[in-house]
Design a protein around this ligand. Structure first.
Ligand code: ADP
Length: 374
C-alpha cells in the first residue's frame, strides 16, 4: 500500500485516482502527524510526501520515519510546487527522501518511479529477511557446537572414571593374586566387574542415543505377558543391589504387544535411577495396575532427593540433568530420553510426580490390547 501525505484534499484525491488507475492500493493522510500515526500502525511500501504542510513539514516527517527502525527503509518521494531550488532538494535527500519531484508531475514518470522504488524496497526487505534468518542459523550452529563440546567433555569424564577404577582394581587384584590372597583377589575382581558394567551401560546408552537420533533403533514387537516381564526386571535389579528392598504391589495380568527387551530397558532404568537418587533409603516400590480402556501402567516410587517442579518437564529431554544434583550423582542424562523414545514407540505415555526431598515416582502407561502396533 502507498501512503500519500498532503494537507490539500484536492491534491490527495487527484493523485489517489492516478495511482488507483494503475492498480496501486492507496491510503491518505492530511497532515504529517496523521501520517506518522498511520505509518506506525500499517505497513506501507512507499510514501509520497508533500513538502509544505502546516504543523510538521515533509522534511520533519521524513526524518521521523527514517528514525524508526521499523520504517527506516520505506522509500519516500517528496512532491513540491514551491520549494524547488537546489537547497530544498538537497534537504529533501538529506532528510531521507529517495526522490524529489516538482509539480506539476508527469503521471507516467511518477508511476514508473513508484514501481522501481517499490521493487527496490521489496528486494531490500527480502535481503533483510534472509540476513536475519542466516544470523539466526549461525547463532543456532554456534550454540549446537558449544553444547557438543560440553557433552564431549562430560562424556569423556564419565567414561574415564570407571576406566581408571578398572585399572586400579586390576593392579590390586594382581598384587593379591601374587600374595596368594584369594578373598582379596575375588573382591577386587568383583569391583572390576561392577565398573566394567557401568562402562558397558554408558557405551550402550551412547549407542542407543545415536541410533535414536539417526532413526535406526531397532524394535522387535511380539505379544508377551506383562506380569512375569515385570517380575523378571525386578529380579535383575534385586540381584545387582541385594541390600535394597524392591517391593511390588498390584497385579497386571494382561498381555501386551511390544518389544520386551526395549521395555525392560525402561523398567531397569526407572529402577536404577530410583536407587541412585535415593542414597539414604533402601525401599523402592513398584506398582502395576490395569487401567480402563485397555491400558496397563507401571510406577516406580522412591524416597529419594526428588525433583523441583520447574525441572520436571525437561527430565525426559536428551542430555538433561538436574543441575542441583549433577555434581553429586554421575550420569550423562541419556537414560530417561531413551525411555521416552521407547514408550512413545509403544504408543504409550510417561511422566513423573515428585516433591523435592520427598522422593519421586516415574511411571509409564502402554496399551494392553492385542492389535499389532507396527
Ligand atoms: P542420568 O541419571 O544419567 O543423569 P537420566 O536421563 O536417567 O540420566 O535422568 C535425567 C535426570 O533426571 C537425572 O540427572 C536426575 O537429575 C533426574 N532423575 C532421574 N531419576 C530420578 C529420581 N528417581 N529421583 C530424582 N531425580 C531423578
Amino acid at each position: 500500500m502507498i501512503l500519500i501525505v498532503d494537507d490539500k484534499s484536492e491534491n490527495l484525491i487527484a493523485l489517489k485516482k492516478i495511482l488507483e488507475t494503475h492498480n496501486f492500493s492507496v491510503d491518505t493522510a492530511l497532515s504529517g502527524e496523521e501520517a506518522l500515526r498511520k505509518i506506525l500502525k500499517y505497513a506501507y511500501k512507499l510514501i509520497i510526501l508533500d513538502v509544505q504542510m502546516p504543523g510538521m513539514d515533509g522534511f520533519e516527517v521524513a526524518e521521523a520515519i527514517v528514525g524508526y527502525s521499523k520504517t527506516k527503509d520505506i522509500p519516500i518521494i517528496f512532491l513540491s510546487a514551491v520549494k524547488i531550488n537546489k537547497q530544498f532538494i538537497s534537504k529533501g535527500y538529506a532528510s531521507g527522501g529517495r526522490d524529489y519531484l516538482v509539480k506539476p508531475i508527469d503521471p507516467d514518470i511518477l508511476v514508473l518511479k513508484i514501481r522501481t522504488f517499490i521493487k527496490l524496497y521489496e528486494q531490500t526487505d527480502e535481503l533483510n529477511r534472509i540476513q536475519a534468518a542466516l544470523l539466526e542459523e549461525i547463532e543456532y550452529r554456534k550454540e549446537a557446537e558449544s553444547k557438543k563440546d560440553e557433552f564431549i567433555s562430560i562424556a569423556s569424564h564419565e567414561l574415564n572414571t570407571p576406566l581408571t577404577s578398572v585399572k586400579g582394581y586390576l593392579q590390586l587384584a594382581e598384587k593379591s593374586f601374587e600374595k596368594d590372597n584369594k578373598p582379596h583377589t575375588r573382591m577386587y575382581l568383583d569391583r572390576t566387574k561392577t565398573q566394567l558394567n557401568k562402562l558397558n551401560q554408558l557405551v550402550a546408552d551412547l549407542l542407543n542415543t545415536s541410533k535414536i537420533i539417526s532413526g535406526s533403533l531397532e524394535y522387535h514387537f511380539k505379544e508377551f505377558d506383562f506380569e512375569p516381564f515385570v517380575d523378571s526386571a525386578i529380579d535383575i535389579i534385586q540381584q545387582s543391589y541385594p541390600g535394597k528392598h524392591i517391593i511390588k504391589t498390584g497385579l497386571a495380568d494382561v498381555k501386551i504387544q511390544g518389544d520386551p527387551l526395549r521395555l525392560e530397558q525402561v523398567v531397569l532404568n526407572y529402577l536404577t535411577n530410583a536407587i541412585k537418587y535415593s542414597p539414604d533409603s533402601n525401599d523402592i516400590f513398584v506398582e502395576v495396575a490395569v487401567l480402563p480402556a485397555n491400558k496397563v501402567t507401571l510406577r516406580v516410587r522412591d524416597k529419594g532427593i526428588g525433583i523441583p517442579k520447574e525441572k520436571q518437564d525437561q527430565l525426559f529431554d536428551k542430555f538433561y540433568r538436574v543441575e542441583e544434583s549433577s555434581n553429586r550423582f554421575q550420569g550423562l542424562g541419556m537414560g530417561l530420553y531413551i525411555c521416552a523414545e521407547i514408550i512413545r514407540r509403544h504408543g504409550g505415555t510417561f511422566g513423573v510426580e515428585s516433591e523435592p526431598g520427598h522422593g519421586a515416582t516415574f511411571y509409564f502407561t502402554v496399551p494392553s490390547h492385542k492389535e499389532k502396533l507396527q
